[in-house]
Design a protein around this ligand. Structure first.
Ligand SMILES: [Zn+2]
Length: 330
């Protein structure tokens, strides 16, 4: 934010150019089923609204992601950041002059249009007095940071069509450690994957077809320790954002805290003491229906159990891990 206050005239254009490049992380390319033409599709979990596509290109409603309007938008935001303070931001607590935009899911996924979720009840003489809303108490700095997070190619994600997306945000003690960690794993992610961005191997455009929240995280650690030699820093705590894909976007999150020794075990067995727990054990366990005409794999049960195994492994819950493997009826 120091740069923002330095009165750098070229800054809006410079940042605008950077955004033009990282904008591609918000979209994927796909063939139109009818015309066969290639077109852009917004990734399913991106909470920025879009207008009608122009020439097959996604038109985001936020000007900062528009080719022509980005530097103007940044200029406006900069002016607001630098102007006199009078209001207090509901997110960062700093004072600011005017919001650039109201608090919306595009820049802060947890906000909703439901009053009681975005306001605070106040009381007068012991009676309900009003719901005060804070949609306007949102400073332009927080907008800028929030809206740009979508373009970060260090977000690990896994989307289940007709279900939801899990977005994994590492939690660390310092920005420095976080930066080192994220820089070290960007390579193992494929930014153009629609439903998953965890590469099956370095350089590959194929991605892991993990089963849920925990198997994705377990698989991530495994890929990370296999691909990144002697990592300097890595997270054991994660903030996992659950973004539903339907029209009602009630975004939730999980605050995961893993034991250091569990992560250490994944590291040990994925590097040299193998076989890797996810790739060669959990992913290779199949469950069959007991059927006299042959035994087809029951994919639903298989995927459920594989996910449960990943969960109990990460949570260091041996009893639940073994329980998954007991024979069951059916
Ligand atoms: Zn703020």
């Amino acid at each position: 934010m120091k740069i923002l206050n330095a009165g750098n005239d070229r800054f809006p254009d410079q940042l605008g150019n950077v955004i033009k490049n990282i904008r591609q992380n918000l979209v994927v390319w796909s063939k139109d089923k009818k015309t066969g033409e290639e077109k852009e599709i917004k990734k399913d979990f991106i909470l920025i609204q879009e207008e009608k596509k122009v020439g097959g290109i996604v038109a985001f409603k936020e000007e900062i992601y528009s080719k022509d309007k980005a530097s103007r938008a940044i200029s406006n935001i900069m002016d607001l950041i630098q102007s006199e303070d009078s209001d207090t931001c509901i997110l960062c607590g700093e004072s600011f002059s005017r919001p650039y935009k109201k608090l919306q899911q595009a820049s802060y996924p947890f906000v909703t249009k439901i009053k009681s979720l975005s306001g605070v009840r106040s009381y007068k003489d012991g009676e309900v007095y009003s719901f005060k809303e804070y949609f306007s108490n949102f400073c332009p700095k927080c907008y800028l940071i929030g809206i740009l997070v979508w373009a970060d190619n260090g977000l690990v994600y896994r989307t289940f069509p007709r279900g939801k997306t899990f977005v994994f945000l590492p939690k660390m003690n310092s920005i420095k450690e976080l930066t080192i960690f994220k820089e070290s794993y960007r390579e193992i992610l494929y930014p153009s994957g629609r439903y998953s961005n965890l590469r099956v191997e370095r350089g590959s455009n194929k991605v892991e077809n993990t089963l849920g929240e925990y198997s994705t995280l377990l698989c991530f650690y495994e890929r990370f320790f296999l691909e990144v030699e002697d990592p300097v820093a890595y997270a054991t705590q994660w903030f996992v954002v659950h973004i539903p894909l339907g029209t009602m976007k009630n975004v939730k999150y999980d605050d995961l805290s893993l034991k250091g020794n569990i992560v250490h075990i994944i590291r040990e067995i994925s590097t040299d003491k193998g076989p890797p727990i996810y790739a060669e054990i959990i992913k290779e366990i199949y469950f069959f229906n007991d059927n006299s005409k042959g035994s087809p794999v029951n994919w639903e049960i298989t995927r459920t159990i594989q996910e449960k195994l990943s969960e109990s492994f990460l949570k260091d819950d041996f009893r639940h891990f073994t329980k998954q493997l007991l024979p069951r009826k059916g």
